[in-house]
Design a binder for this molecule. Structure first.
Ligand code: UD1
Ligand code: MG
Length: 463
């Protein structure tokens, strides 16, 4: 067992990704809420390597800028090495040896394999440090090994080499055990092994996979860590792969939630990102997108249809069909929708009700308050048990500033009221339907601000 467990992770992300047929580098394509590269790096960061070395090449500036922005929290842990000559995975590692050599061990993985679970790589790391081989390669048995490199074993069953599909003979092509592209290496052994890689294939590339034979030739040991779930190694090479991977992540997430007591009515038509948390006995109906850091409590009803992003929804709340909620809080027992919109920083109080075509922005809606139809409430502080009549609008923007509206507990805002902010409606105050309120209405009074109705006799029409 090696004493020094200092290891770096190398993420290979320099390749062209030709089959994506895209101006965007392959590793920057999004899978759910993050790019392929970001996902791979976040997963590997969970293992706490001393450094994460990302090898960039194709459109390097773009890849580096995006990853620095999205992974700023990793600070100096994240380093980039630009591969000068895009001549294969072996060449990529050769060019990064300067960085790799500072560490005793190194994990190498591909930036285009986003389905790997952190729990699996953690197991692999533990096995590597337990046995201390020159290389531990992650493999899987596939019924259709396709274009993956084949694991050739010797008579004793030990890994002898990896043969790339393009260079394999008929016998080798029939091997079902393939290379996942994830490895742990002793850094010194790897350094020696990549120094004498030979050019291979029609493009004259240097294969990292040939390093294994070199390690064995130098007296080192190569072992395999076989995946129990081969889908984890799926690499993304095309848009079809991307869609299949999305479906896979989504299925996994729904399965985890169902195992924890959440009802997902129709998992294949429900989209729940990895970071979303949902409590037991909540029912999630089809057609909904649950995104980002959304946390949903117990016993809620969510959907069908709609988008909920970065929200906190407390126990027993209901979000009915076709709502759009963003960076908002819905408190216990509140009812939102159908067809409601909560823009960022809305806080819907316990048992409050937000109905159809109601929009709330940066406002607190008090406990038990009701805003049932066709209204806009923005930059507002509202007390308990307020009634907002249909068509109420807070006129919060004067063209320069956003101004605040305050509505006291128990106030009754008549239908079609314009509340021209800044304005204060006192507790228990009323506004008359159709009023344009420009001045404060003290508590317990009625504000009327509309022209008095005139009824005129019709003139007789002459033909
Ligand atoms: C590679 C493996 C293969 C394995 C498969 C798993 C080699 C020679 N073969 O094949 O055994 O079954 O992955 O998915 O390694 N890259 C660079 N610089 C380069 C070329 C590639 O950084 O010059 C990066 C790519 O961005 C990619 C990774 O290396 O993330 C693998 O390269 P790719 O061309 O996709 O290799 P595969 O043919 O998939
Ligand atoms: Mg690949």
């Amino acid at each position: 067992m090696p004493k020094n467990k200092n290891f770096a992770a190398v993420v290979l992300a320099a390749g062209l990704g030709t089959r994506m047929k895209s101006d965007l580098p392959k590793v920057l394509h999004y899978l759910g809420d993050m790019s392929l590269a970001e996902r791979a790096i976040r997963k590997i960061a969970e293992l706490e390597p001393a450094k994460i070395i990302v090898i960039t090449g194709h459109k390097a500036e773009m890849v580096e800028a995006e990853l620095k922005k999205k992974l700023a929290h990793l600070g100096d842990k994240l380093v980039f090495v630009r591969q000068k000559r895009l001549l294969g995975s072996g060449r990529a590692v050769q060019e990064a040896m300067g960085e790799i050599r500072r560490h005793a061990h190194v994990m190498v993985l591909c930036g285009d394999a986003p389905l790997m679970r952190a729990s699996t790589t953690r197991k692999m790391r533990d096995l590597y440090f337990r046995n201390g081989p020159g290389c531990l390669v992650m493999t899987a048995d596939l019924d259709e090994p396709g274009s993956y490199g084949r694991i050739r074993r010797d008579h004793a069953g030990n890994v002898a080499a990896i043969v790339e599909a393009a260079d394999a003979d008929e016998w080798e092509r029939a091997i079902k055990e393939v290379n996942s592209g994830t490895y742990f290496f002793n850094a010194a052994a790897l350094g020696k092994a990549v120094r004498n890689l030979k050019k291979k294939g029609s493009k004259g590339e240097y294969y990292l996979t040939d390093a294994l034979e070199n390690i064995i030739a130098a007296g080192g040991r190569v072992e395999a860590f076989k995946l129990a779930d081969p889908t984890e190694m799926s690499g993304i090479n095309s848009r079809a792969d991307l869609a299949a991977a999305y479906a896979m992540l989504n299925r996994r997430k729904a399965a985890d939630l169902m195992a924890a007591g959440v009802t997902v009515v129709d998992p294949s038509n429900t989209y729940i990102e990895e970071g979303v948390q949902i409590g037991a006995d909540t029912v999630v109906y089809p057609g909904i997108f649950l995104k980002g850091a959304t946390v949903i409590g117990k016993g809620c009803k969510i959907g069908p249809c709609g988008v909920i992003e970065d929200c906190v929804i407390d126990d027993g709340a209901v979000v009915k069909y076709s709502c759009a909620l963003e960076k908002s809080r819905v408190r216990q027992g509140a009812i939102v929708g159908p067809f409601a919109r909560l823009r960022p920083l809305s806080d819907i109080g316990p048992a409050a009700e937000i109905g159809n075509f109601a929009e709330v922005k940066k406002s607190r809606i008090g406990r038990g308050s009701k805003m049932h139809h066709h209204s806009y409430v923005g930059d507002t502080e509202m007390g308990e048990k307020v009634n907002i009549g249909a068509g109420t609008i807070t006129c919060n923007y004067d063209g320069v500033n956003k101004n605040r509206t305050v509505i006291g507990a128990g106030a009754f805002i008549g239908s079609n009221t314009n509340l021209v902010a800044p304005v204060n409606i006192g507790p228990g105050a009323y506004t008359a339907a159709g009023s344009t309120i420009t001045e404060n209405v003290p508590g317990g009074t009625l504000g009327i601000a509309r022209a008095r109705q005139v009824v005129k006799r019709l003139k007789k029409r002459t033909k």
